[in-house]
Design a protein. Sequence first.
Lengths: 117, 324
Amino acid sequence: MNSLFTLAQTDYPEAMGALTLAHYLFLSAAMFALGIVGFMTRRNLIIMFLCTELMFQASGIALIAFSRFHLNHTGQTFVIFVLTVAAAEAAMGLALVVLLFRKRESLSTEEWAEMSG
Amino acid sequence: MDALINPLALYIACALGAVGVGLALPTRGVSWRVPGGILAAGAGGLVVLLLSLKAYDNDQLPNVYFYVFAALALGSALRMITHPRPVYSALYFILTIIASSGVYVLLAAEFMAFALIIIYAGAILITYLFVIMLATQAPVEGDEELQADYDAQAHEPMIAAGVGFVLLAVLTTMIFNGLGSLSPKSDPVAQEQVVLESLPIKVDRILDEAGLLQEHERVGRLGGEGVSKAAINIERRTIVIENTQTNTTRSLSPEQWPKDLSATNTEMVGSSLLVDHPGAIEIAGVILLMAMLGATVLSRRQVEIDEDAKAHEARRLHSAEASS
């Protein structure tokens, strides 16, 4: 019981149980669902981009949880690349948002409804 | 292998969560934000409770801090997608990031936890905040009517929440059905062996701090000049020590193995990154460079200048040059 309250890795090289993994995967899936609901409902371009970042974050938790489960560091390495893609996406996306804002003076997605094709 | 928790309870929790999130999303008029949030939190708590009861039976409960960080992360994620003001959304997202880096620490990924705070909360979110402040008019305190319509009113909240939570139900069903038959397959000792034997100078330092080395002694080096590997065996816990003056070797017994001789998380991630995925790093660098160039090109402002203004500017520069 005592080890339950110590933060982190007193027992690190020990394998993690599949049920413990399920907790982390549920957290990841719920965060992903919240991100996707936000992406579909919000009408502000910046908030939509923030919601994609939330989904990146959820996938990162799943990757790290599996990395811990298999005691293999490739999952953590992959999160570095997820971070890279998130940073690149934020730079490009925000540049686009600034460009669109200059043209219409609004962040609303409906301003660009004619782009739906 | 049957499901970890009752599928019916899972679907009911997902339906409740969908209704809760749908109510919590911003709307004009009567606000159901608080009851919606409570409903969504209750649905999430129900699933975690059922999961934890099952885990308690099998003695596989996660660390107690998991519940704190998970509640923080999910609560602030919910507030982030439901807050009508973009700046507050970004701030709640920072809270989500910090809570998930706490989860990373619980999962023994300290390097990524700190990288997450530095890169996400420190760099990416600040960029978001700048753009939000550039592009959003300051709201009048307490006056909801002046709020921009696209922030105050969500787009079809119930349908979107329903679709998103159907996705969640399918995902969690797959996870809870498949996990029972999953078993870890990896050899952590072999990975640590590769990392530690490539760091002979670190091994030297730790042995020296433990007082196991005498004068002119160091850990044995395997391989020729240039590529030297430390002569240690993690599985058998033996170390070969060589004397550089007399060229003699002796070996330490497993009982003398220093307690802090192990590879840290950063060393393991670094080894995985540089040894196993060197090409991917190059590609990541190219992606970042292209993003930087693209952002610069996209956001530059085209200055319209006509012929008269050009001539005027040229004359001005010319006279300035002549007078100096």
